[in-house]
Structure formats: C-alpha cells, structure tokens
Ligand binder design. Structure first.
Ligand code: ATP
Ligand code: MG
Length: 483
C-alpha cells in the first residue's frame, strides 16, 4: 500500500492546528507549524504533499509563505484558510498558484474532501506528465516533435531519405523547422556529425555568395588577397545546407546546377575542377514552383534540388501539436534560464489553440520563453504569455499556406478595421515585438525581409497620400465653405 500523503498545517492559533490535526491524522501524516519559519523548516526537510495555511499568521504573511512554497523544486499543493471571508485575498492566492481556499470557521469534512481532491488532481497531473513524456519519445526523432497526422509521413520520409545521398528540398514557412529537419537528416545520414555546413543564401550578395560557396583563388577579384576554401569544399564528405535557396541569383544557379550534376566545383578565379562528395539539402520559404513559372528560378536546378521534397506544414495546420511542443519548450527553456520546470496553467492552452502562430514554432518557442521568464507562480498562466495571446483571434491570417500569399485580416479585424489598416497594424505589432529588427519582424510575419521592406514602403506611401488628401480637403473646405 502507498504511504499516506503528508499534510503540513500552518496556523498561529493553537486550537485550529490541534483541531485540524485531530481530524486529519487518521488519513494523513500531519506536521504542524505556528509560523512561516517553522513551516519552511518542514517544507525544506520533509516531503510535504499538501500545505494548509492560514493567510494571516500573526506577524507573518501567509501569501509570502505561499510564494516561497510554490517556488520550491517540488512544490506542495497549497490550500489557503481565511478567517475574514475576504474572498478577494483568497482569489489573489489562487491567482498566484494556490489550489483552493476554505473560510473559517472551518468545516472539517470540507477540508478533508478538498485535500483528497487536491491530491487526486496532483496525481493525475503527474500521470499526464509521464504520458506526455512517453508520447514525446514515440513521436520525436532527433528533437523533431510531431504527433499530428500531417507530421507522420514527414518523420517517415526523414528516416527513409537520411541514409541516401539524395538531394532534399525542404519547403515551409518561416519558423516551421526547416533547419531542424536538415540537421536531423544529416545526423541520421551516417555522415560525420560535425560536418554539416550551413549557408544562408539570402544574407549574401551575388558575388560574395559565389565565393562563399565555391571559394576563390588569390587575386580572383579586388579584395581577394588570399585563397579561400568555399563551403562546398568545407562540407566535403558531409552535408551542405543551402538555406533560402530561392534567393540565389541566376549566375550562381548555373554554377550550383553544375556542382550538383557533376559533383565538381571550380573556385572563383580558377578553371581547375575539384571533385567533391557533398550531400545537398536546400530550404526555402518561397514557392519555388511559382518562381520557376515566373522565370525567376531555373527549372533544371529546381528538379535537381527536389529529388525528395519535404513540405513542413505551418503550426496553424497542426495545432494538436501545440501542447507537446509547449511542454517541450517549457522544460528546455526552464533549464536554459535556470528556473524550475512549471507546467502550463489551465487558461493558457485554450488561447494558444485559438491563435494562428504566423511565426510558427519559432514564435511558439519565444512565447513560452516569455512565459517561463515572467511566471511568478507554480505555473505558466495566460497572463505570463505575450499580450497578443489575450486576443487570440489576432489581426490576420494567411489563407494559403505559402509565405508569398497575401495576408488577410481575420473577420474580427475586418469588422474593426479596414483591410489595409489591419495589415499595417500587424506589421507595426511585429516591428514592436521584434524591437524594430526588420529581419526578426519579417520572420514573425512569415514573409521575406524583402517583402516586408516593400510593404513598409507602401505603408509610407499610403500615409503620405492620406495626409495629402486631408490637406487638400482642408484647403477645398477653405475655398468652398459648406456653410
Ligand atoms: N517539430 C519541432 N519540434 C521541436 N522543435 C521544433 C520543431 N520545429 C521547429 N522547432 C524549433 O523551432 C525553431 C525554429 O525552427 P527552424 O530554425 O528549424 O525553422 P526554419 O523553418 O528554418 O525557419 P526560417 O525559415 O525562419 O529559417 C527552432 O528553435 C527549432 O528547434
Ligand atoms: Mg531556417
């Protein structure tokens, strides 16, 4: 049989302590304390399952004791007692993480029932965590979590394609896990672990990208003072990850096609072919097929790259994964921030399920980090998460799951604001949230930095136009007064 649960009774009135102990000691192991210091001794030295504490403890404050108890690595379930029928304070205690409260004079049967209920809910919670861990083990490879139906074929493909040499094209909006998948394929490929070289193609100008990829000889161009080994050579025997492949210029596209087809490269400024053995994985958040149609991306290169294609769905299409992903990040980020692990409070998940997560899993991770850092109770509640989750309808959605698809305001935004204004609001919110960093804002918005720049320019034009219309209207008013 299990050991009885332990209950710590904290009250500065002796008759309350004795009364409670007498009534509870048949079912539980009871400790008593008459002030906060004594209570802390027990909490530190004994394993306490339930703490039953008065809100007023003589000179001590029961609320402070609650906070300290809940911050312990293994916090007890806390039930507050209040003699003053002051529900407000009791509600505040629950807001801080107390399980429930009882008012004095105490109904001892009620207290006993409440303790039993609290213990049941705690053991269910523990079971839940254990089940989640099992699920995590089952539905994750190389740190990629995904339990939703849409993720199963993706996890299968990753495992199947990894040991081959096939080129893989990973498509998906920003923050959907493209780089994580590339690393998983590399790690499972049997190629040396350390040897995945990543190149972020969008960040580099055409000339720099070319010499970055293929290297250059000394004197190949102004400024090329030394010979430089390119990323293809660095990745030899391993994997080269070409991120944002849709951004590369036509001349680099030709060279890349040749490197892929012939497994040879030439350094810039040299015509000597160098044999390479590199597995290429490319990623894009653009619609490459459409870019081919529009003549912006070479068709032959497109087909070379997409020997196997993995399309990562946006988080809004796999919302059933939000809970396991959130729990995974709660653990990871608690550790990274040297904080105890705290599960989500009951009010958080429903709002998280309603939100559309335009920045996908990266945005979810950032929201959880906000929660981990801001939480001052035993859970991460909705109020600890970024404020935009309080309005989970959000301002906009993207109906078609491509980064290029236009942003569309939600019905709520439509009724509140006109379409254009809704998009402007959204962009301003993203800029605000990113501390005015346009690259991060673009990521949050799921658009390329270039698209964001264009939209910002348009916004400025619209504002200038509106200002001009206003000025003209005011001038006309002066010329033709209506009254
Ligand atoms: N399925 C997943 N399980 C766990 N963590 C994930 C998953 N997918 C993404 N992440 C995490 O989300 C974050 C963003 O992922 P990643 O950088 O791979 O996205 P991306 O698609 O490459 O984004 P971008 O297009 O902006 O470069 C990372 O912290 C990554 O570890
Ligand atoms: Mg990436």
């Amino acid at each position: 049989m299990n050991d009885p649960a332990t209950v710590l009774i904290v009250d500065d009135e002796k008759h309350t302590r004795d009364g409670l102990r007498l009534s509870l000691e048949d079912d539980f192991d009871c400790y008593v304390a008459s002030n906060a210091a004594e209570a802390m001794e027990h909490l530190k030295n004994d394993s306490v399952d339930v703490m039953l504490t008065d809100l007023r403890l003589g000179a001590d404050d029961g609320m402070k004791l609650l906070d300290v108890a809940l911050a312990l690595p293994k916090p007890p379930v806390c039930i507050m007692m209040t003699a003053y029928g002051s529900v407000d304070t009791a509600v505040e205690a629950m807001r801080r993480g107390a399980y429930h409260f009882v008012t004095k004079p105490l109904n001892l049967d009620e207290v006993e029932l409440l303790i039993k209920r609290a213990l049941r809910s705690r053991s269910l919670e523990h079971e839940n965590v254990a089940l989640k861990q099992q699920v995590e083990r089952k539905f994750s490879i190389e740190g990629i979590l995904g339990q939703a139906e849409v993720m199963k074929p993706i996890l299968d493909t990753i495992q199947q394609v990894a040991p081959s040499r096939a080129t893989v094209l990973i498509e998906g909006e920003s923050g959907t896990g493209k780089e994580l998948v590339a690393r998983a394929i590399h790690n499972l490929s049997g190629r040396p672990k350390a040897n995945m070289v990543a190149v972020h193609c969008a960040a580099l100008s055409a000339q720099i990208l070319e010499s970055e990829l293929f290297g250059h000889e000394k004197g190949a161009f102004t400024g090329a003072q030394e010979r430089r080994i390119g990323r293809f050579e660095q990745a030899n025997g391993g994997t080269l990850f070409l991120d944002e492949i849709g951004e590369i210029d036509p001349s680099t596209q030709v060279k890349l096609l040749r490197a892929l087809g012939e497994q040879t490269i030439e350094r810039v400024g040299s015509s000597k072919p160098i044999q390479i053995n590199v597995r290429v994985i490319a990623a894009t958040n653009r619609n490459l097929a459409k870019m081919v149609e529009e003549g912006k991306f070479r068709e032959d290169l497109y087909w070379r790259l997409r020997v196997v294609t993995i399309h990562l769905p946006p988080l809004r299409d796999r919302k059933s994964d939000i809970s396991i992903l959130a729990d995974h990040f709660l653990k990871e980020l608690a550790k990274a921030n040297s904080k105890p692990y705290k599960p989500l409070g009951d009010d958080a998940l429903p709002s998280m399920m309603k939100y559309d997560w335009p920045g996908n899993i990266r945005e979810l991770r950032a929201a959880i980090e906000h929660g981990v850092v801001m939480s001052n109770s035993s859970r991460v509640m909705l109020k600890h998460l970024p404020a935009y989750l309080l309005n989970p309808g959000g301002l906009w959605v993207r109906k078609t799951p491509t980064a290029e698809a236009p942003l569309e305001p939600t019905p709520q935004a439509k009724s509140d604001l006109d379409v254009e204004e809704a998009e402007h609001q959204l962009i301003l919110t993203a800029l605000q949230r990113s501390g005015n960093n346009r690259t991060v804002a673009a990521e949050l918005l799921g658009m390329s930095r270039r698209t964001l720049q264009r939209k910002l320019k348009e916004m400025n034009m619209v504002r200038t136009h509106r200002r001009r219309v206003k000025v003209e209207a005011a001038a006309a008013q002066q010329v033709h007064p209506t009254s």
